[in-house]
Design a protein around this ligand. Structure first.
Ligand code: PLP
Length: 426
């Protein structure tokens, strides 16, 4: 395939004209394809349908310590759910709070608590310490950035590398500025790049010097069991690494079953040091009388243990891995070797990250929209919605049926080619 950077203007113009004809044909079909968010498809949701039938008798609604899960109580999660998540996250049940239906809510609540009450009993509230800043490895998860923006936390973008955040930058910034109170991390199959942090990155995060003694790592391990291949990435356990370095309170690890069972009806979990858990629980006691314990019971009865969960996730992979392959093979076929885009090939998670030439992503997303394909807004993967390179586009392959996915990625590739050629010509 000819690299477009080596083509004459005439050759580029000729290609553009052909592409434009194809674009107009597709646009006239009035497609309505929504690729904006990483949601499981119906077949994936069907995998967990039997979970809704597990609580059928009065004995099934008793927790293992004999409490009636239909009633108020047990603020930090039922014991069997704590044991289940502790085994998945390699911590002890005492280091776990099992919550409601959303880990994002737990992240938001943790930050609000730290702003209002500080990170511990004797720490000063962040709001009383001046301008609060967070390091934001980018591209990253748009909803993390939305939390910071809504709560007035200044975001400092840090570049992502194939190994995780650029640690030279992170260490330098965190050591220099006591106003930097935290960092967002999606350490496994990151959203959107699908990168898993290397051991070295995990160790550096766990051990680095921070100017703020109330610095916290928001370790959003949303995709910890969401492998796409039989050779999953391994992520080093940061809670142990931080604890060994004398920083046991530094890390708050979050996860949920949103993309294991039902998004919006899953179970969330926070794992951290016992003292962080105790403090979170104290704050939580003002906010809630207890979580949805019936849902926790359902989840434990259905997902059972590590091995059963792994089998269940293999069924997810069997449904979605072919969708990832479809996207990758179209990208290869249509854009490969042209020097106008590159993309990730993740071993897990929910996204493929497509990078156009600088200054092209916004136009690509607009052009695709006009042809009926809605993608996540360009820039959404950066703090304040501003991608300094205007290059990153997040592809979420899981939701559409494969035929729709093919059409959508065809349109996307067409748009990348058209916008890139325009860019090269002008
Ligand atoms: N964290 C990441 C990295 C995500 O990609 C998502 C959903 O896309 C969430 C958290 C949301 O998790 P929950 O449904 O538990 O709130």
């Amino acid at each position: 395939m000819a690299n477009y950077h080596n083509l004459s203007n005439e050759a580029l113009q000729e290609k553009y004209n052909t592409l434009q004809d194809a674009y107009e044909k597709i646009a006239s079909q009035q497609l309505q394809l929504d690729m904006t968010r990483g949601k499981p498809c119906t077949e994936q949701l069907d995998l967990s349908q039997p979970m809704l039938d597990v609580l059928t008798s009065a004995s099934a609604v008793k927790t293992e310590n004999g409490l009636d899960a239909r009633n108020y109580g047990i603020l930090d999660g039922i014991p069997e759910a704590k044991a289940f998540f502790a085994s998945i996250l390699d911590v002890s049940p005492e280091q776990v709070i099992v919550g409601g239906n959303s880990s994002l809510t737990m992240m938001h609540d943790s930050i609000v608590q730290f702003l209002l009450h500080g990170v511990s009993e004797d720490a000063a509230p962040w709001v009383k310490q001046g301008n609060v800043k967070f390091l934001c490895p980018s591209p990253g998860y748009d909803r993390h950035f939305a939390i910071c923006e809504a709560l007035g936390i200044e975001m400092i973008p840090v570049a992502m590398t194939p190994e995780g955040p650029n640690m030279d930058e992170v260490e330098k910034l965190a050591a220099a500025d006591p106003q930097i109170k935290g960092i967002w991390c999606v350490p496994k199959y990151s959203n959107p790049d699908g990168i898993t942090y290397t051991d070295n990155v995990v160790d550096r995060l766990a051990t680095m010097k921070t100017a703020a003694d109330d610095f916290r790592i928001f370790w959003d391990n949303a995709y910890t069991v969401h492998h796409l291949t039989d050779e999953p990435d391994e992520l080093k356990d940061i809670i142990t690494a931080a604890s060994k370095a004398g920083n046991s309170d530094r890390v708050l690890q979050f996860a949920s079953t949103s993309k294991v069972t039902f998004p919006g009806s899953g179970v969330s979990v926070l794992a951290s040091s016992e003292s962080n858990i105790a403090f979170y629980k104290k704050n939580l006691s003002i906010q809630s009388i207890g979580p949805d314990k019936l849902n926790q019971l359902r989840h434990v009865a259905f997902l059972k243990d590590k091995a059963t969960l792994a089998d269940h996730m293999k069924k997810h992979a069997a449904i979605i891995a072919p969708k990832f392959q479809t996207v990758l093979s179209i990208l290869n076929e249509k854009l490969g070797g042209k020097g106008i885009a590159d993309w990730t090939n993740p071993n897990g998670g929910y996204f493929i990250s497509l990078n156009t030439m600088e200054g092209c992503a916004k136009q690509v997303v607009e052009l695709a929209k006009k042809a009926g394909v809605t993608l996540t807004s360009a820039g959404a993967t950066y703090p304040y919605g501003k991608d300094p390179y205007d290059a990153n586009i997040r592809i979420a392959p899981t939701l559409p049926p494969i035929q729709d996915l093919k059409k959508a990625i065809d349109v996307l590739c067409l748009c990348v080619e058209m916008v890139s050629i325009n860019h090269l010509l002008h």
